[in-house]
Design a protein around this ligand. Sequence first.
Ligand code: PGA
Length: 260
Amino acid sequence: MAQKKIVVANWKMAPDTLKEAKALYLAERKTATGLRRVQTIICPPVIYLHSLSTPYALRPTPALGAQSCFHLKSGAHTGALSAEMMARAGARYVLVGHSERRAEGESSVQVAMQVNAVFDAGATPILCVGERERDEHGFFLKYLEDQLIESLHGVSKKRIGMLIIAYEPLWAISSEQLRPATPKESEQMALYLRKLLASKIGLKAAREALILYGGSVDVKNCEAFLREGGVGGLLVGRASLDAKQFGEILKIAERAPQLH
Ligand code: PGA
């Protein structure tokens, strides 16, 4: 069976209240549940996870995800939340290594530990990677290689084959945006990531790896990324806070061709 396209909503630090979060989830759910070829994953702020998932016995459709987790499983760590806690609150996915978390000081070593912690908790990590800037000499390729390899340090071949990778160039994320990435750039980088993955998990598994594009995805550009971007889905930030826009993106994804 063909792999469904994955569309992830990253709500970041919004909305402000549980009431708004419930309304947004229900509105996005309405579109998402009618689609057969798209798997939607909604990542709300962690404080809303449990309330959103409990009416569905912790297995809601669309699936819920967390936006990050602590790299250790237990211990005296004030303010930290473990991957296990996220999974118990209903998260089947966890974003790890998002650039906004890395900017707060999370290292690739910690990100690699988070990847394993999420798998240990029975959830699937969505590993975010992306270069800060582009340069004409191509140093950004080495930067991305180092980031990917370090973020997978100590992660088994089997697990690497099961995780989802989100390519998110920092310069294209809406909060930083210098310019939007092009579908061509996404395609080139997805190809490059597959090449890097091939050395770890083999050519066939790397070709089938689930890679998403993220960074200023909206109703206008999503179709081109899905058709020409070499990716199996999208990670959507700002546009996912508007149920109408996000619903349109989901419907466009439903019509776009499968990658594999
Ligand atoms: P954006 O965010 O769609 O608002 O650029 C994407 C992300 O940061 O995950």
